[in-house]
Design a protein. Structure first.
Length: 187
């Protein structure tokens, strides 16, 4: 299988940097209908994961040193890719980078904000100059082992994911303290 060059734009607050990476042509040339297929999404995530990992150091270096929600010292960054791989003449991926602290509730809040932004963005853009992306998804890793395949999101918050029930059960005692229902906190 051949590859083709794809532009990657990493947006870290006010800073932005761009790289070109070769991606499998089968992922780039995918029709919009294919982009909704779970198998395609897995290939997409597998292609993007090493690229995002490769640039994580620079994301950390140029991102805000404080959590975007609470101002505490940042411990990591969340990377959320949006794909315009259907644009054959100029395929590109935008990666939104958010600074987060170790406090799980703030990390969850940023996850939910990114999911809401993605949901709004994929809506119709009447008269807009920018076409909708083919894939807008947050790359979800198993919260326990880091695996990316067969991830199921938490049924309550829809923010974190696990690759198996055994990991979800093992993590629940700690995670339930910060897990918040997508519809809001329960009383």
């Amino acid at each position: 299988m051949g590859t083709c060059p794809v532009r990657f734009e990493f947006h870290c607050g006010e800073e932005e940097f761009k790289y070109i990476h070769n991606i499998l042509r089968s992922i780039v040339a995918a029709r919009v209908q294919m982009a909704q297929d779970a198998g395609y999404s897995n290939h997409f995530v597998k292609a993007l994961q090493p690229i995002m990992k490769e640039h994580e150091v620079i994301c950390l270096a140029i991102s805000d040193a404080h959590c975007e929600n609470c101002g505490s010292p940042r411990t990591t960054v969340l990377q959320t890719p949006m794909s315009w791989l259907h644009k054959v003449d100029d395929p590109f991926v935008v990666v939104w980078v958010n600074s987060v602290c170790e406090k799980g509730e703030y990390k969850n809040q940023i996850h939910q904000e990114m999911q809401d932004m993605i949901a709004e963005f994929v809506g119709d853009i009447p008269g807009g100059r920018v076409s909708r992306p083919t894939i807008c998804l947050e790359v979800i890793f198993c919260k326990v082992c880091g695996e990316i395949e067969a991830i199921k999101r938490c049924g309550r918050c829809r923010v974190v994911g696990y690759c198996g029930k055994e990991y979800q059960k093992a993590d629940w005692e700690m995670y339930k303290k910060i897990c918040v229902s997508k519809s809001g906190p329960s009383s």
